[in-house]
Design a binder for this molecule. Sequence first.
Ligand SMILES: Nc1nc2c(ncn2[C@@H]2O[C@H](COP(=O)(O)OP(=O)(O)OP(=O)(O)O)[C@@H](O)[C@H]2O)c(=O)[nH]1
Ligand SMILES: [Mg+2]
Length: 368
Amino acid sequence: MKVKVFTASNMQEAMAQVKGDLGRDAVILHTRRFRRGGFLGFFGKEMVEVMAALDTPPPAPVPERKAPAPQVLVPPRQSDDDAKVTALQLEISNMRKLVEQVLAKLPRQEKQRHPLYELLVRNDIDAVIAENLVQGLPEEGPLTGTNPAFVRQLLLERLTNHLQRVEGIVIPESGCKVVAFIGPTGVGKTTTIAKLAASFAFGQGLKLAVVTADTYRISAVEQLKTYADIIDVPLDIVYTPDEMKAALYRHRDKRLVLIDTAGRSPRNHYQLAELQALLAVDPYIETHLVLSSTTKYADALETVNRFSVCSPQKFLFTKIDEATNFGTVFNLLYQFPTTLSYITTGQNVPDDIEMANPAKLANMILRD
Ligand SMILES: Nc1nc2c(ncn2[C@@H]2O[C@H](COP(=O)(O)OP(=O)(O)OP(=O)(O)O)[C@@H](O)[C@H]2O)c(=O)[nH]1
Ligand SMILES: [Mg+2]
């Protein structure tokens, strides 16, 4: 990794230097304003310092898809490996799509599809994934003598097996658990935090605090402040990684700290690098990537890929109540070896949140 420090009189100039020197893929690690010249730090010219890095990793081997491993809590943000695996999986998925498009253009031999394949694709399960899922399933119907309910049950079991990695927030016996929620704008991060804060505070009587780094809009802070006041938990507002560190230190006596972050556009590298720097202050922050289940699979894939720089350990799906099907949820969990934490099912705080239930989700995927 190449790390360099740039100094300029304003942020735009500094960013231009970063881009010119390290290119578009550079990641901003740290920014700071300071005064140059003047007397005792006063009257000097305000300058900006930006520390940026460019990662030039060697090509990694393509990971093999394995059967879901028994749930082990992955040590948070150990390395960039998670991000690389995520990027590779996206690459594989794109290649698969390409192959599929080419095959679709070849002169077609009439291929008999399994009837449940059509149902999966109707429910927005990716065509290649649907093909894998029905492979080897017995044909149903009077000619084969196989009971359709039995075949459906077999498929349900296959779906359920792919949804086994489920785990919410686990509070350790001692010490403080810190969980951050990241994701695109408007997916429901703040509302979800309010639901979780209420259920941990009221349901389990847990001593907790909420920290928000969403300082872009005044209304964002006010939204969380209202919830924090009602639930009667402290709320800290942080602007910089140093302030984040200080807030976490201040709340070290709590059992749980929930961190809200500003919604980020998956396409904005600078915003994502800023978010990455904020969460890098403590390697034990568990990060949940919040995704709306109403998002199209292709968009959700891109979001997961872009947010992989923040190495999220878990996915959390919101707006299950608004989704017409659960294709996106299933496709992502099939594609990425990531644990599913919660699903949210409406706007009501604190009721509309639950631990994901694999069998229930699988049934929802096979809706006619
Ligand atoms: N239907 C439905 N709406 C939800 C759910 N969760 C959140 N919302 C709504 O989605 C909207 C956005 O929610 P927020 O919690 O502000 O989303 P956010 O991700 O914090 O948004 P930003 O801070 O702007 O990035 C609000 O109107 C919420 O009430 C859900 O599970 N179902
Ligand atoms: Mg918010």
